[in-house]
Design a protein around this ligand. Structure first.
Ligand code: HEC
Ligand code: HEC
Ligand code: HEC
Ligand code: HEC
Length: 204
């Protein structure tokens, strides 16, 4: 290789190294979005014209998951697990509220919208996740801003991981009875095709 060739090569390597460094920098600065809470989503998703997902959620047991930690049964379970105050303990809040109990904004809302759709701080505004003209790109943008990609067929694997992250055998409140444990296992068909109590499409 002649001298010019060597310079060009060295310059190329420097450019690549700089790109890698800058990319690393951008990644390390990217933080997870904040949780905003169901009341923010309700402003629009409580409207019948787009399906009122809020109303369906309110009637589901997910909306009751935090309150459940104040029940007699919860106290019983907690005692066995060495937990004093279940509704104030991360070991229970982990699956019984949005943000695993680490975000004050959503500590007592139960398993809310953002527990399944991802923290909404960066995508909750209309133009950051929705469009009546180009849904596909709006959804892509939302994902880049922290929305979990759990929708439609492409999202099935991620959705399964999401559900089973909470719905698993090893949890302090799992039934001791093996038959009952089996009965409560979430099958892939339930995950793929939500039961009517939980289903909340955009429009009907
Ligand atoms: C300013 C109104 C508004 C707010 C606030 C809002 N949304 Fe939406 N969202 C919409 C509309 C309208 C659509 C549907 C657009 C369409 O029909 O194509 C939508 C679509 C969606 C979708 C479908 C996927 C997509 O990107 O199209 C999800 C999931 C969603 N919203 C979740 C949420 C969650 C969770 C929150 C709260 C963190 C929230 N939205 C807050 C108006 C809103
Ligand atoms: C790994 C996630 C996870 C953790 C951690 C967890 N739970 Fe649960 N809990 C669940 C799920 C999922 C259900 C719903 C199961 C079903 O109905 O199939 C549930 C249901 C319950 C119920 C209703 C049980 C019933 O049999 O009707 C109570 C009460 C409860 N949990 C209390 C607790 C308490 C107290 C703690 C902390 C000591 C705790 N949970 C920790 C995931 C969890
Ligand atoms: C337990 C998890 C879970 C919770 C909680 C939840 N969602 Fe969903 N949501 C899903 C899943 C899974 C789908 C996809 C269902 C399907 O495709 O059949 C969905 C679908 C949607 C859609 C329709 C998207 C489309 O393409 O049609 C909207 C809008 C939405 N959710 C908004 C909300 C709002 C707003 C809340 C809170 C009031 C909420 N969700 C609570 C899991 C959840
Ligand atoms: C953040 C944890 C968490 C996630 C994520 C989650 N769940 Fe749950 N789910 C719970 C808890 C806790 C309960 C029990 C609430 C109660 O009974 O108080 C529950 C209850 C249920 C029930 C029982 C409903 C009934 O009334 O019989 C079903 C079915 C269910 N979830 C399905 C799903 C599916 C499907 C997904 C994924 C799309 C999902 N869950 C995601 C925590 C979670």
């Amino acid at each position: 290789m002649n001298q010019t060739g060597t310079y060009v090569l060295a310059f190329g390597i420097c450019v690549i190294a700089l790109c890698v460094l800058l990319d690393d920098f951008a990644l390390s600065r990217r933080r997870a979005a904040d949780y905003v809470g169901v009341d923010v989503c309700k402003k629009c998703h409580g409207m019948d014209s787009i399906g009122n997902q809020y109303r369906i959620w309110t009637a589901s047991s997910h909306a009751n998951a935090f309150m459940r930690l104040k029940s007699g049964k919860a106290k019983e379970i907690a005692q066995k697990a060495g937990v004093d105050v279940p509704h104030a303990d991360l070991r229970c809040l982990k699956c019984h509220t949005t943000g695993a109990g680490k975000s004050d904004a959503v500590k007592s809302e139960g398993v809310g919208c953002e527990a399944c759709h991802g923290p909404g701080g960066d995508y909750f505004e209309f133009s950051n996740h929705a469009s009546f003209i180009d849904r596909e790109n709006a959804y892509k943008k939302a994902i880049s801003l922290g929305m979990y990609p759990i929708l439609s067929v492409e999202g099935i694997k991620a959705r399964e991981r999401l559900c089973k992250n909470c719905h698993r055998d090893v949890r302090p409140c799992a039934p001791a009875d093996i038959e009952e444990k089996k009965r409560r296992e979430l099958s892939l068909s339930i995950i793929a095709d939500l039961p009517s109590k939980l289903r909340h499409p955009l429009r009907r």
